[in-house]
Design a protein around this ligand. Structure first.
Ligand code: IVH
Length: 677
C-alpha cells in the first residue's frame, strides 16, 4: 500500500473510533474510555491533518462541534436551587395535584386556581445571573444545588440579552430558561447526535466558546431563582416582563383555570406539536399567583406549585425477544422486556419495563409477542399492550421466579398494612448486602447524584469494581486501591487521579445526604431530611440503634409506622451497623443545624390538635420550620406549645394541661409570627 493510502487508512480508523466513543457517550451516556485517552485520539487526528494536508473528513473533530463535553468547568452554588418537576400523565394526576394544593392552602374545592400553562421544551436548563442589568454569570443546572460556570458559552447565544436597560429590571436576579436547538437547525447535525437535546447539551459544554458559537442555540426564559427588586405579582406578569426586557418567551404560554380546561389545552397542544419547530415533551402548569407559590413552597426536589403534564404519544411496535428480571436496591424484582431495538422519538429503545408480576398477567404479555412500547420524555419505556392476533404458537408464558435469580433466596410479596392488600411487587427476602444484585444497586445508590454524588463514579464503574472485588460495601469506596485502578483497562493516571479527587471531596457530607445514601427503604430525600433534623449528629443517629426506644421517632411529624419499621429493620442488621461504624471513622459528617437559627421560634416545639381555620396543618408545619421551630406529633414533656383548633382531641388537651404545656389558639399562634388573620 502506498504511504498516502496507509496514512488515510490510519486517519479514517481514528475518526471512526472517536465518533464511536462520542456517540456512545451522547446516546447511552457511557464513557468507555477516559477523557485523557479521548483527547489523545483527538490530538492525533489533528496532528495527522496538519502533517498531511490531503486528509479531510466531514466527521473530523476540527470540523464539528459536539464532541464529548469537558469536565473542566468551575462549580458554582445556585443561590436558589434549580428544582425538578413532578410528572402527571392522566387526569387523576392533575386532580390530585390540585387537591393537594387546595388542602395545603386550606381552600374549598370550589376555589378557582389560575395556572400558567407553558409547553415544556425538551432542552437544557440554564440560570443567568444579572446584576444591575448586566449578564454576569451563566450556570448549567448541574445537580440542582451546584451548577457549572458556562458563562462564555451561554454568552454566544443571541437570544440571551447581555445588557438590559429597562427601569423595572430587578437590580439582582437569576433568569432561568431552556437552551435548545430548533428541529430545522438540527437537520444539519443529524448524523452527529441522536436528537436535538443531546446536540444542545454537547454544544453548551464545549471547552472553546467558538465551537459553541457555530451551533444555532436558542434560549427561552420561563422562571427566576434568586431575585431582588422583582415587582411581578403573577407568573403571567413575569412572562410579560421577560418579553419587555428582551428575552424570548414561549408563544404558546397560556393562563388557564380549572383541570378541565387544562385538559382541553393539553389535547390541542399535543395535536399541534408537530407543527412547532422545537421538541416539547409536555406542558408545565404553574400556580399563577407568586404569593401562593411562595406559601406552597417545595417538597424534596420539586415545588408544590408546579407539575409537568407529559405527552405520551411516543409509541412504537416491536417484538419481545425475552423477559428478564432486574433486582433493585430494595430487593424488588422487576420484569424487563428485551425488545428488538427500535427508534422511539430519536432514542434507540431495547428494554421496556413490565412493572411487576401482576402487570404481566393482567396484560397477558408473553415472550415472542408483538408489543406496543411507549416512551414519554425521560421516563423508562414501558409495554402498553400486546397484539394477541399476531401471537404465534412459539410464544411462551413467563413464569415469575419464586427464588431470587441472584442469590437464590425465597421471593415474597409483602402485606401492605395501609392498603390491607398484598403488594404487587415481589421481593428478594435476603438481607441487603447478602444478595449480589441488591448490594450492587445499593452501592450505585450510595454514589448517585442525590446521595454522595461522587463525580465520575457511574453505574458501570460500580459494577466493574464489584466484579473485581474492589468494592463490596460502602466503606470500601473510601479505601480503594488506586494503584490497581490506574492499571486497569480503560484507566490511566489522569482518570484515576480524577476519581480519587472526587471521592476525597465527598468525605465531607451533610447528615441528611448520608442518611439518604444508606438506602433505607421508605427513607427518601424528604424523610432523610426530617430524620437528620431530629438526630442532629451522626453519632446520635448511630447510638440510636442501641436504644430501646426506637419508637420515639414516631413522634416526629412526617414519620409513620412504615418508616419506623423500615428503620428498625435497618438497625437490626449487623452488616448495616458495621457499615455505620466504618463510615464514622472515615467521614466528616456535618451536624444538621437548623439552617435559620435566628427564627422567632428557635428551639420551640409545636403540635396542632383539631381543625384550623383557613390554614392547613402542612402549612402550619412549614411556617414553624421556616421560623426555626419544630413540629411534633405527640404530647410529651418536650412539647412547648399545643395549638388548639376546632374540635380538639380531649386526651391531648388534658395531657398538655397536666404537663403544663402552653396552649395557644390559632390567632395567638399566628401572632407569634406577626401574621394577622
Ligand atoms: S419551571 C421548579 N418552566 O423542566 C421549576 N421548567 O423537570 C422548574 N422546563 O429543569 C422550572 N419548560 O429544564 C419550568 N416552562 C417551563 C419549562 C421548564 C421546560 C424544564 C426545565 C426543568 C425541567 C423540570
Amino acid at each position: 500500500m502506498k504511504k498516502r493510502d496507509l496514512v488515510k487508512k490510519e486517519y479514517n480508523k481514528k475518526i471512526k473510533q472517536l465518533n464511536f466513543y462520542n456517540k456512545k457517550y451522547f446516546d447511552h451516556n457511557i464513557s468507555e474510555i477516559s477523557d485523557a485517552d479521548f483527547d489523545n485520539i483527538k490530538k492525533e487526528i489533528i496532528k495527522l491533518e496538519n502533517d498531511y494536508k490531503f486528509l479531510k473528513s466531514k466527521k473530523s473533530p476540527s470540523n464539528i462541534v459536539g464532541f464529548k463535553p469537558s469536565k473542566n468547568f468551575k462549580k458554582v452554588t445556585h443561590r436558589v436551587p434549580m428544582l425538578s418537576l413532578a410528572n402527571a400523565f392522566i387526569k387523576d394526576d392533575l386532580i390530585n395535584f390540585e387537591k393537594k394544593i387546595l388542602n395545603f392552602l386550606s381552600k374549598n374545592r370550589d376555589f378557582e386556581l389560575s395556572y400558567s400553562a407553558e409547553p415544556k421544551i425538551d432542552g437544557i436548563s440554564a440560570s443567568l445571573i444579572y446584576k444591575n442589568g448586566e449578564f454576569k454569570t451563566g450556570l448549567s443546572r448541574g445537580d440542582g444545588k451546584e451548577g457549572e460556570d458556562i458563562t462564555a458559552n451561554l454568552a454566544t447565544i443571541k437570544d440571551i440579552p447581555k445588557k438590559i436597560k429597562s427601569n423595572d429590571f430587578p437590580e439582582d436576579i437569576d433568569i432561568r430558561g431552556e437552551v435548545f436547538i430548533q428541529n430545522s437547525d438540527f437537520e444539519n447535525l443529524k448524523d452527529k447526535f441522536a436528537n436535538p437535546r443531546n446536540a444542545a447539551s454537547g454544544s453548551l459544554r464545549q471547552k472553546n466558546p467558538d465551537d459553541t458559537k457555530k451551533i444555532p442555540l436558542k434560549f427561552i426564559a420561563y422562571t427566576f431563582g434568586y431575585e431582588k427588586g422583582l415587582k411581578a405579582k403573577n407568573q403571567s406578569d413575569f412572562l410579560k416582563n421577560l418579553d419587555d426586557w428582551g428575552f424570548k418567551t414561549n408563544p404558546l404560554n397560556k393562563i388557564i383555570e380549572g383541570v378541565d380546561n387544562l385538559l382541553i389545552n393539553y389535547s390541542k397542544v399535543e395535536k399541534d406539536r408537530i407543527k412547532i419547530d422545537f421538541d416539547i415533551d409536555g406542558i408545565v402548569y404553574k400556580i399563577n399567583n407568586l404569593e401562593l407559590q411562595k406559601r406552597l413552597g417545595n417538597v424534596a426536589n420539586s415545588p408544590r406549585w408546579a407539575i409537568a403534564h407529559k405527552f405520551a404519544s411516543n409509541k412504537a411496535i416491536s417484538k419481545i425477544l425475552n423477559i428478564e428480571i432486574q433486582i433493585g436496591r430494595t430487593g424488588a424484582l422487576t420484569p424487563v422486556a428485551k425488545i428488538k431495538p427500535i427508534n422511539i422519538g430519536g432514542v434507540i429503545v431495547s428494554n421496556a419495563t413490565l412493572h411487576n408480576e401482576d402487570e404481566i398477567d393482567r396484560k397477558d404479555i408473553r415472550i415472542g409477542d408483538i408489543a406496543t412500547i411507549e416512551r414519554a420524555g425521560d421516563v423508562i419505556p414501558h409495554i402498553l399492550s400486546v397484539d394477541k392476533l399476531k401471537r404465534n404458537k412459539e410464544s411462551t408464558k413467563f413464569i415469575f421466579p419464586k427464588k431470587c435469580p441472584s442469590c437464590g433466596s425465597k421471593t415474597i410479596k409483602e402485606f401492605n398494612n395501609t392498603t390491607k392488600k398484598e403488594d404487587a411487587v415481589r421481593r428478594c427476602s435476603s438481607e441487603g448486602y447478602d444478595c449480589e444484585k441488591i448490594a450492587i444497586e445499593k452501592l450505585k445508590h450510595f454514589v448517585s447524584k442525590e446521595a454522595f454524588n461522587i463525580e465520575g463514579f457511574g453505574k458501570k464503574i460500580v459494577e466493574n469494581f464489584w466484579n473485581l472485588n474492589l468494592i463490596k460495601l460502602p466503606q470500601d469506596i473510601f479505601n480503594l486501591d488506586f494503584k490497581k485502578i490506574e492499571n486497569l483497562e480503560g484507566w490511566g493516571k489522569q482518570s484515576m487521579e480524577n476519581l480519587k479527587y472526587s471521592i476525597n471531596q465527598r468525605k465531607n457530607i451533610s447528615l441528611e445526604r448520608l442518611i439518604y445514601s444508606l438506602g433505607i427503604r421508605h427513607i427518601g430525600l424528604e424523610n432523610a431530611k426530617i430524620l437528620s433534623k431530629y438526630f442532629k449528629s451522626f453519632s446520635k443517629f448511630i447510638s440510636f440503634s442501641n436504644e430501646a426506644n426506637l419508637d420515639d421517632i414516631l413522634n416526629i411529624d412526617g414519620i409513620g409506622e412504615t418508616q419506623l419499621n423500615s428503620v428498625k429493620n435497618f438497625f437490626g442488621n449487623k452488616v448495616n451497623l458495621k457499615i455505620l461504624k466504618e463510615l464514622q471513622k472515615i467521614l466528616v459528617v456535618k451536624d444538621s443545624i437548623n439552617k435559620n437559627k435566628n427564627g422567632i421560634l428557635n428551639e420551640k416545639t409545636f403540635m396542632v390538635t383539631g381543625k384550623l381555620n383557613g390554614i392547613s396543618r402542612a402549612e402550619v408545619k412549614s411556617l414553624i420550620e421556616e421560623n426555626s421551630g419544630s413540629s411534633v406529633s405527640t404530647v410529651t414533656q418536650k412539647l412547648n406549645y399545643l395549638i388548639l383548633g376546632e374540635k380538639p382531641t380531649k386526651k391531648k388537651v388534658d395531657k398538655a394541661k397536666e404537663l403544663k404545656v402552653t396552649i395557644l389558639n390559632q390567632s395567638q399562634f399566628l401572632k407569634m409570627l406577626n401574621i394577622t388573620s
